[in-house]
Design a protein around this ligand. Sequence first.
Ligand code: FMN
Length: 242
Amino acid sequence: MPSTRSVPVRRAAAPSPSASPASIGDAARTRRYVVGISGASGAAYATRLIRVLLDLGHEVHLVVTEYGRQLLHDELGVTRLDLGDLVPALADRADTLTNTRYFVHPHKDVGAVIASGSFIHHGMVVVPCTSAALGYIATGSGTNLLARAAMVTLKERRPLILVHRESPLSLIDIRNMEAVTLAGGIIAPANPGFYLLPESIDDLVDFVVGKCLDLLHVEHDLKVRWADRRAQMRRRPTDPDE
Ligand SMILES: Cc1cc2nc3c(=O)[nH]c(=O)nc-3n(C[C@H](O)[C@H](O)[C@H](O)COP(=O)(O)O)c2cc1C
């Protein structure tokens, strides 16, 4: 298994002093989100979420655990967290977006801005979320930046969404989910629906990412709505033999 230790992490430049959500551009449109990637399967959910948030004009603060980096490498071939490497579709805008709307924070830096409740944001998604991360978030451990940012998100009563990926669940996972839920977090397991008749892995990824966006109250046009499929089915001519 390739080592993640040699992979460079660039320290994020501090967001501009004017960058509280109330003053980031048009506050109604530009919002600030924290994305945490831990070492569960499903790295594509994270990169898709980051792409959509940036495409929609939002600000993204990223923290990736050591095993999150491992999974980014193993599943997507990503070795660097530079935007052009993480989201190749945004490579042509990477220079403009980096340190203006895309910030990377080293996961050992528990003094990063996202570790503080005074850093106002509109929600955090841990995607994919391991059982380990679920556990350290449930117990209020702040020993790495992802854990610290998540516990701060909970204490500030902001949306915290954990896209957990593991199966089956132990009683420990279930109890940790209960603890996070009681603290105000949302467990949104990475289990896409099939009622929209997905034709590709991208469709399945979008289903899960769309669910995250819904939970963050971010408007989007990813295909997640049963109502659209239902309307489509109703338009279909009925079989005369039925
Ligand atoms: C290839 C690979 C796949 C993994 N998939 C999962 C998974 O889907 N869910 C999970 O809870 N842990 C998974 N793990 C185990 C976690 O990466 C491991 O528990 C790690 O310590 C989690 O640390 P983190 O939560 O700080 O990233 C996987 C590990 C590897 C190497």
